[in-house]
Design a protein around this ligand. Structure first.
Ligand SMILES: Nc1ncnc2c1ncn2[C@@H]1O[C@H](COP(=O)(O)OP(=O)(O)OP(=O)(O)O)[C@@H](O)[C@H]1O
Length: 307
């Protein structure tokens, strides 16, 4: 897949503080890219730079194969975005807000308003001004507005905020539909791993302004299916045997008595036999399912899977 969005050394300094540092991200055409990071990691600032709301201090942004500049109006017209909270004309109704947006964008297509409202599942709202909408309804309306012109690239900052579990599922299904049926590329930020896990094709993990991992979800899942957890007398001794006798490198010492072996090739009985043979006391051994949380938690803490 070719890339639709690339940043090269993207950097932002606010009042002497570097909040985005040398970010090189690569979003492929047609995918859902999950931009994951804790609050304050720099997601919004990156998205603002991608949509020309904030000027980068350094680096470059390339979208649709062209460099983004302050004059890239045409390029921005091919994109849809919600950055931070969507703002509407509160006294107007949903439809009126969307019609105004179409007018502003020079996109005259009456059917598109109905279609967008239908897609985000906003119904029975004909009489209500937007000020009476719940946060979740406003989020949906924001998404409707962002997709109304059928953009090729959709940039959504925490779009699932304020939605209940059913609402989250609907929006997730909508994102998949937009990507599969409409061929849109989506860049979606979140600080909640569970959301990303279920929808993203690729994940970019950002922490303290740095992109610390960019990886296909399939690879993450492969890497994280199962592991064997051993409680031993001395985990360092076990690590030595794993490395030197079993040539296993994909393991992690959790504490002084716990080792997790992530290598799918390693058989449990072979592991026990070899460790015992080399005087490692085994208290227990269990096959477990690693959660992706573990993996990302270790990433965010600067951890390394291999010991
Ligand atoms: N206009 C600004 N002036 C000064 N500092 C700013 C400005 N905008 C953002 N920051 C700082 O930059 C850092 C990154 O903020 P940013 O909003 O990009 O993070 P985020 O990952 O989107 O988190 P959140 O989900 O909490 O918005 C924070 O420390 C924030 O305080």
């Amino acid at each position: 897949m070719s890339s639709i969005l690339r940043t090269i050394g993207l950097t932002k300094v606010f009042q002497g503080k570097e909040v985005v540092s040398e970010v090189n991200m690569n979003v492929k055409k047609g995918e859902i890219y999950g931009f994951l990071g804790p609050n304050g990691a720099g997601k919004t600032t990156v998205m603002k730079m991608l949509t020309n709301l904030v000027k980068p201090t350094g680096g470059e942004i390339e979208i649709f194969g062209e460099k983004l500049t302050t004059k890239s109006y045409q390029m921005l017209g091919r994109m849809g975005a919600i950055i931070e909270y969507p703002i509407f004309y509160d006294k107007l109704k949903a439809r009126e807000n969307l019609e105004m947006h179409c007018e502003y964008m020079g996109y005259y297509n009456k059917k598109a308003v109905d279609e967008a409202l239908e897609l985000v599942n906003l119904r029975n709202i004909e009489q209500k001004p937007v000020k009476d909408f719940s946060l979740g309804m406003k989020q949906r309306l924001g998404i409707a507005r962002a997709i109304i012109t059928k953009p090729e690239l959709l940039i959504l900052d925490e779009p699932i905020n304020g939605l209940d579990p059913l609402g989250i599922k609907e929006i997730r299904d909508l994102f998949k539909l937009l990507s599969k049926e409409y061929g849109m590329t989506l860049l979606v930020s979140s600080h909640i791993l569970g959301e990303m896990e279920q929808m993203a094709d690729t994940i970019g993990v950002i922490n303290h302004g740095r992109l610390i991992e960019e990886v296909a979800m399939d690879r993450v899942r492969e890497r994280n299916t199962d592991y064997i957890e051993l409680k031993v007398g001395d985990s360092k001794k076990a690590a030595f045997v794993l490395t030197n006798q079993l040539s296993v490198s994909n393991f992690k010492l959790m504490d002084e008595v716990t080792v997790r072996v992530y290598d799918p090739q390693v058989r449990q009985n072979e592991l026990t036999k070899t460790l015992v043979l080399h005087d490692v006391v085994i208290e227990s051994i269990h096959k477990k399912n690693s959660s992706l949380e573990d993996y990302f938690f270790s990433l965010l803490n600067g951890g390394n899977r291999s010991a």
